[in-house]
Design a protein. Structure first.
Length: 232
């Protein structure tokens, strides 16, 4: 199925769709993959072999996943841990995006945020985002990020992502409990979470996930996996 044949699906949140850019991204995944294979064969020592080695937790709370020196192309993902559609994205194209970043095809920049500003889900989302900001070790961040989506409560659940549950998930990810407890209850961390969301909204994000390739919103709903080597 071509990207052009994918039917539009109703979403609770609005997304801008740029099919042409999605096609460009797909082409980049295929073409760049061959280049990276050649580079690996030459024995470049700077390439990192695990996702955790690629993670940089930035001071503003966004997270970059990229091989050393790779800054462009840039794929940006704006996501909300309470958003079921974000969970859907992470299970499919989010995984493909990580693998492509590991191959050096582009830099992946993740912007966690709260899209549920005027909704009962705001508090659930805000607690999860605040907790995520308390995890700054790269390997722990990846584990906690995935654990939050795996434990995502129902949108109708009042009090979802309770602090005690967030602490259990952090402990399983190896996060120091005393430091985490102090951080998650900090007004400074809560304010930082709010600022992340305000910044994203100011950048025109109207729904999650919003996925941008070199600044252009793209359609993420079609699988990005490249065809096998035997397929022409």
């Amino acid at each position: 199925m071509s990207l052009l044949d994918v039917p539009s699906k109703p979403r609770r949140t609005r997304r801008f769709v740029a099919v042409i850019m999605a096609l460009g991204l797909f082409g980049a995944l295929v073409a760049y993959s061959s280049l990276v294979d050649v580079q690996d064969a030459t024995g470049i020592s700077s390439a990192r072999s695990s996702l955790a080695e690629l993670v940089t937790v930035r001071p503003d709370g966004s997270v970059m996943i990229a091989q050393p020196g790779v800054e462009r192309p840039l794929l940006e993902v704006y996501e909300d841990y309470q958003c079921p559609v974000c969970q859907e994205f992470e299970r499919g194209n989010g995984k493909a995006a990580r693998e492509a970043a590991l191959r050096g095809e582009f830099a992946l920049l993740i912007h966690p945020m709260t899209i549920f500003q005027d909704s009962p889900m705001h508090e659930n989302s805000h607690r999860a985002l605040t907790a995520a900001l308390c995890v700054t070790d790269p390997e722990q961040w990846l584990a906690y990020h995935d654990a939050l989506y795996a434990a995502q409560p129902s949108e109708a659940q009042d009090g979802g992502f309770a602090v005690r549950d967030l602490m259990v998930l952090a402990e399983k990810a190896g996060v120091h409990q005393a430091d985490f407890a102090a951080c998650i209850s900090s007004k400074e961390t809560s304010d930082k979470a709010e600022q992340l969301s305000m910044t994203a909204l100011a950048q025109g994000v109207q729904g999650t996930p919003t996925v941008r390739y070199n600044g252009q919103d793209i359609d993420w709903s079609t699988p990005w996996a490249a065809p096998s080597a035997t397929t022409v």
